[in-house]
Design a protein around this ligand. Structure first.
Ligand SMILES: [Mn+2]
Length: 476
């Protein structure tokens, strides 16, 4: 569908529910517990507060019956679900009978309608692919854009938050497409963000160059990744890694020719270790990167990838409130945030050690790691992805990491991770995780990273089915 048509459609949906929404005073926003959900929550909060509503908010891992009961106690005039809700409308029908709601989401929707659903803006129902063309934060931004009177400053702020959510939802991995691209172009026109092709690794603003390369995972740099000695020797052989004051240079401190020298050196390593052609190496190594122009260079908030990682850490360690405050511009809690990041890194390192010592079940096309209760379910996917990148696990096949479901002893949680190369060969982990539905579970996600819940009694059968499914994906 044409973009203008989609936007018109959104406008008219908002206009026809505007009066009903305006009659509500006290609002509860319920968002999803990841960087996109936290960004969505922040946009919705700003938007409603801007128009004088009383806003309360919370962020949840999933919208289940326990959470709904708890939400029901808060007795607000309107509940606004962001980055979740579209798919759960049938499950929460009792709640809808008694409470007015609205939903801003980009996940697969239910078609349910009810007079108490004042507005349901869903990417798919509007003709967009919610898995890559728009995030939850993007849906919230579009709502805000047409719900509020035009306000340049607020729009700039909200465009910025929308982009953090896109990154958090992994929709910018191959560059923005669809409505994401459109929102980013508005933000570029407003000098909110600058987009440039750069090395794809994490930490360009904050990590010393040796650390950035040592932790390079997707793609891994042959002989360099995870070897501090080799990394130091490599960097020292191509550039002077320290500046005039003897500080370690970060990626952003490098001159154009230093960037060139390092890149050429890395490409040579790829080629001499049989990792495909120079073009293939370059394609893997470079991607679109996004910088916020109002943030200080060298901080976690300048680079969108780093910013969204901060929010992820907030969500996963139960500090979502700090995350929301951080993006709405309250930086009083920065010491808390930096401690949180440090703890997050330590927790990841400890979890990697657990994987190193664990017994890995090898199947034909997947490998399985059983974590039990040793790694938090909110972190295990990240850890599994790192272990795959670091070649602690077999880097040629995806990993499924299985942990206890802390909410229900009869279930397990499965997090699966692949890498870019596997995706190019056809891997679609979201499709594989959706197989859980045949075994009494539920799941979904992205091609490169996805998850599900599965009843323990069907675990083995499910793993067999996934193994077969992924075998077929990669062959096909
Ligand atoms: Mn999302």
């Amino acid at each position: 569908m044409e973009r203008e048509e989609i936007l018109q459609n959104i406008k008219s949906k908002i206009n026809s529910s505007r009066e009903n929404i305006a009659q509500c005073k006290d609002i509860l926003i319920v968002g999803h517990l990841d960087a996109d959900g936290i960004s969505s929550t922040a946009i919705a909060k700003k938007t409603f507060e801007h128009n004088g509503f009383n806003v309360d908010y919370r962020v949840v891992k999933q919208l289940d019956s326990v959470i709904i009961k708890d939400i029901e106690k808060s007795k607000k005039d309107l509940t606004v679900f962001v980055d979740l809700g579209s798919g759960q409308l049938d499950n929460i029908s009792d709640y809808i009978e008694k409470n007015k709601i609205m939903v801003l989401d980009h996940h697969d929707p239910s078609q349910k309608t009810h007079p108490n659903i004042l507005l349901h803006l869903n990417a798919h129902l509007l003709g967009m692919d919610g898995s890559k063309e728009i995030s939850g934060s993007g849906m919230c931004y579009l709502f805000s854009r047409y719900f509020l009177e035009k306000d340049e400053n607020l729009s700039k702020e909200l465009q910025k938050i929308a982009i953090i959510g896109m990154m958090g939802d992994m929709q910018l991995r191959e560059g923005a497409v669809g409505m994401n691209k459109h929102i980013i172009s508005w933000a570029e026109d407003n000098e909110v963000v600058s987009v440039k092709k750069d090395i794809c690794y994490f930490g360009k603003q904050t990590r010393p160059i040796c650390k950035l390369l040592e932790y390079a995972t997707d793609p891994i740099i042959p002989t360099i990744s995870f070897s501090p000695e080799n990394t130091k020797a490599f960097v020292g052989s191509v550039i002077n890694p320290r500046d005039n004051d003897n500080f370690w240079k970060r990626w952003i401190d490098l001159s154009q020719s230093e960037v060139q020298d390092i890149t050429t050196g890395i490409i040579k390593l790829f080629l001499s270790n049989n990792n495909g052609s120079a073009k293939f190496a370059l394609d893997q190594l470079f991607c679109e990167t996004y910088q916020f122009l109002d943030e200080t260079k060298g901080t976690e908030f300048r680079d969108v990838m780093e910013f969204s990682t901060v929010l992820n850490a907030c969500g996963r360690h139960d500090r979502w409130k700090d995350g929301v405050e951080l993006i709405v511009g309250n930086r009083d809690n920065l010491p808390v945030i930096s401690t949180l990041l440090e703890n997050h890194r330590r927790y990841l390192a400890e979890s990697i050690d657990i994987i190193k010592k664990a017994k890995i079940k090898k199947m034909k096309n997947i490998q399985v790691f059983f974590a039990g209760n040793r790694i938090k379910p909110t972190i295990i996917g990240t850890v599994a992805g790192m272990a795959l990148g670091a070649r602690i696990l077999d880097y040629r096949i995806p990993v499924l990491a299985i942990s206890d479901d802390t909410d229900d002893p009869d279930y397990s949680k499965v997090s699966s991770r692949g890498n870019k190369k596997m995706v190019w060969k056809g891997l679609r982990l979201n499709t594989a995780m959706k197989l859980s539905e045949k075994f009494g579970g539920e799941g979904g996600g992205h091609d490169i990273a996805a998850g599900c819940r599965i009843p323990n009694k069907n675990k083995e059968a499910f793993l067999e089915a996934v193994d077969e499914c992924i075998g077929a994906q990669i062959k096909g």
